[in-house]
Design a protein around this ligand. Structure first.
Ligand code: CUA
Length: 346
């Protein structure tokens, strides 16, 4: 091969590499990682990507060179020389991919093992998915609809489901983990960037799947500790002195039931609770729905919670609400919710 041809080949290869690298680097394909695990996954991703770019550049370079150099001359209908086999070339194109794929496997195996390690003292948070909300329960027994995490501490999520299969995913933290009924799946997260990130259900789980979202808030360790201590205390008595135990029920406690974990507010709109769910009927119009169903308001609300399929508001589907959510409420809690809704609906 002449030196000029070699230089030309090299030039085409470099141009192809430049174009490929620009597409890889200049387009923001991935979010900025927010956990150590995600950082390792991103490293693996880039490790494989640079290898792929190098192979792409060599293939594209040879291809373009051959297209220009060995183009058929006008009127030339003869065959090319009958070349068969090239041992050196065959060893080369077997050995190089072998080395590269082995390298990717080794890096992936190391990252996989590291990402499964929760250390000796992780914060364990139980995660329950259900149609259509997430619930996060901390070691002090308190449950929340939003996931709060301390910076730079191993967190072990124990993920399960109350009804169908969901999947827990925070894109900035890399891994997804399925929430499967009757099974607990672990996921280790070590947040290393402050901020608020989306929690997404990434397994089609029913009508409200697209709305099954929450937030993961990464807090400084000290801020997390004081939040956690405050959250561990029993809730202060609501102002005005009418406690939930008094029978009359308090708006604050019932509103917490409505928008808290496991939540009506994930699926229903209800202005007094600032809930804007769109899966189920708008609860601001309970009176109109009750009269359509031909029932007194209070009985209608109670029936709709305890036996949701007994009457379906026109335009909505049967079986969406009956799966899970309200079955976890005690009868006292159901009464509290009924009173709250009856008091506050228009
Ligand atoms: Cu839960 Cu999709």
């Amino acid at each position: 091969m002449r030196r000029g041809s070699l230089l030309q080949l090299l030039l085409f290869t470099l141009v192809a590499f430049g174009i490929g690298a620009a597409v890889a680097v200049l387009v923001p394909w991935m979010p900025t990682p927010a956990s150590r695990e995600a950082g390792r996954i991103w490293f693996t991703y880039w490790f494989a990507t640079w290898i792929c770019l190098a192979i792409f550049a060599v293939v594209a370079g040879v291809l373009v060179y051959s297209l220009l150099k060995f183009r058929v001359k006008e009127g030339d209908l003869s065959d090319g020389p009958p070349v068969h086999g090239h041992t050196t070339l065959e060893i080369f194109w077997t050995a190089v991919p072998f080395v590269l794929v082995t390298a990717i496997s080794i890096v992936s195996a190391i990252v996989l093992a590291q990402n499964g390690r929760a250390g000796s003292n992780p914060l364990v948070v139980k995660v329950v998915g259900q149609q259509f909300a997430w619930q996060f329960t901390y070691p002090n027994g308190k449950s929340f609809g939003v996931l709060r995490l301390p910076l730079n501490r191993h967190v072990k999520l124990e993920i399960t489901s109350n009804d169908v299969i969901h999947s827990f995913w925070v894109p900035q933290m890399g891994q997804k983990q399925d929430a499967v009924p009757g099974q607990t799946n672990p996921l280790v997260i070590t947040p290393d960037r402050l901020g608020t990130y989306p929690v997404i259900c990434t397994e089609l789980c029913g009508l409200g799947h697209a709305l099954m979202r929450s937030r993961a808030i990464v807090m400084p360790a000290a801020g997390f500790d004081s939040w956690y201590k405050a959250a561990g205390k029993p809730a202060p008595a609501p102002a005005g002195g009418s406690g939930a135990a008094g029978g009359g029920g308090s708006n604050a406690a019932a509103a917490a039931l409505f928008t808290g974990p496991g939540t009506c507010g994930a699926c229903h709109t209800f202005t007094p609770a600032k809930a804007a769910g769109k899966v189920g009927p708008d609860l601001d119009h309970l009176k109109a729905d009750a009269s359509k169903a031909g029932k007194p308001l209070e009985a209608y609300v109670k029936q709709s919670i305890e036996d949701p399929d007994a009457y379906i508001v026109p335009g909505y589907a049967k079986g969406v609400m009956s799966g899970s959510c309200c079955k976890q409420l005690s009868s006292d809690q159901v009464d509290e919710l009924v009173q709250y809704l009856v008091r506050n609906t228009k």
